[in-house]
Structures are given as structure tokens and as C-alpha cells.
Design a protein around this ligand. Sequence first.
Ligand SMILES: [Zn+2]
Length: 315
Amino acid sequence: MRARQRLDEIYAIAQHRAGYSPEEDAAHELAARWMREAGLEISRDDAGNLFGRRGEARVWAGSHLDSVPTGGRFDGALGVVAALEAAERLPAAPLAVVAFRAEETGPMGSKTVTSFPDAYLEVHIEQGPVLARLGEPLGVVTAIAGQARGFRVFEGRADHAGTTPIDARADALVDAARFILHVRESAREGTVATVGAIEVEPNATNVVPAKVTVSVDARSADGDLLAALIEEIEFEVQWKSDPVPMSDAFAKVLPDAPRVVSGAGHDAMFIPNSSMLFVRSLNGGISHHPDELSSDEDIALAVDALTAALARLAS
Ligand SMILES: [Zn+2]
């Protein structure tokens, strides 16, 4: 299918297309060529976001074309390619296909957008196993999770690892280990919490750990659940974002599709009146990895749904 061929073409430019790199530039050039071929008018804003417009476009559809170093074919690029397919199926509809810049590092492009459309639609690979577990090809995203990131510090005392009796130690890493389990146990239905980084001082094999700093990443699409989770874990919050509810544009055309939340951030967070559609991730939901995969059949269903949603909004 053409959408899949185009994903392969973008991937062939480079697996790693960092934001504002020559590789991302090349992907934008390629997308601009496809937009022109579809009869769309090309423009770029100050951030370098690429638009392919037809008429007084009040509805946008798209995603991003940058990728992480270990990226696969679908993250981001699928949303742009699907939007191109839908735009060609609606030759009279006033709409814009958009490719945002540098989503993986910020996002930098969508964050700067100030002239908003009535609606923004984004198709994205799920990047998780939920839809595959449900046996469903598509999921309507109800909200993008809010996040809290921070840390917790444990203070102990450095001592000789051979001569200090166990009951005479103040081992900061043992306290941190208990905390890491507590973080995991605090995450219940509707929330996730992760310790992804620890710093041990002095970090020597023969010294009792004196000080340990543990990172915490807590997320929920429900603001109350997120607040309760932060309170239960007890950590120093350095940065926090609120959940972002999505509009019902995809729900209107897919009334029976499962409702899911997005644990990851997306461009849609920064554009008002956004709606997102997830496409089932195969291979166990693996993403940011070359084995990332959605089937041609599932992509075709996503393009159908996007076309129907755009037709409603752009008419
Ligand atoms: Zn993405």
C-alpha cells in the first residue's frame, strides 16, 4: 500500500532524524513533494513546521517526522502519511496536512504554533500493547496523561564495607531500594510510576552508600489520581503537566472503538481542540525501536477513520 511505501521512504532517509537536522529537513522536503503532488499549497511557519493547505483550512491533520536514534518507521511519520492519504480522498475539502518539527525533543515545533484551527486530528501508532491485548485495531484517545517528574534523596553514612557490622550501618541505597518498590506499588489502576535513574554516592563497591538520589516519573490521564499518586509516593516534584483532554472528533466516527489514554506526550497536547487516534502496535507494542510495527490493514482502517472525521469537520 502507498502509505506503507511512504513510511519506508521516510525511514530510508535515516533511522535517526533528529529535530532540525539535515535528516529531518530531508523528510520534510519529501513530505512537501507529496503535498504538492496532492494539490496542496506549501507553507512553513517560523518554527519550520510544514503545512500543505487547501483553501481556508480550518482543520489540520498530521504529526511529526523527526525520530529518536533507535526509532522505527511509524512513530510520527504514520500521522503525516495518513493525513496525506485522507487529503487525497477529499479533493474538495478545505484542510491542511501538517508536519511538526522536533516532537521528540520538546516538542519544539507544535509548542510554538499560535494561529489555531478549529480542530486538529492526529493518527499515531499506540507505542504500547493495550490495543493488541484487546484485539482491536484502533483506539480513540480520550486524554493525554499529565506527568510529574522529580526525585527523592536518601542520606546515609559512608562506611567500610568489610568492617562495619550490618546493624551499625546507615545504608542510603537500602532505603532507596525500599522506596523504589513503594513507587511501583503506589501505581494502581489509571496511573503509572517509574524509577528510571539513580545516583549513588560514592558509588564504590567497597563503601556503604552515603547518599542516593532516585528519579520519579508519575503519570495519569486523571488529574485527581495524579495528585493522589504524587502524595502517596512522596517525592520532590521538579516539573508537572496537567492531563490534556482530547475532543470527540474521532469518537464521533468510531463510536464502538475502545477508549484509551495516552501515557506519552504528543504534538496534540499543544494544539487546542485536538483529537487523537491510536493504531495498534504489533510486536508486543514495542516502539522507539526498528521492530515497531502496525499492519497495512490497521493503517487502512485508520485512514478511513481520519477521512471520515475530516469530512465531517471540513464540510
Ligand atoms: Zn510520536
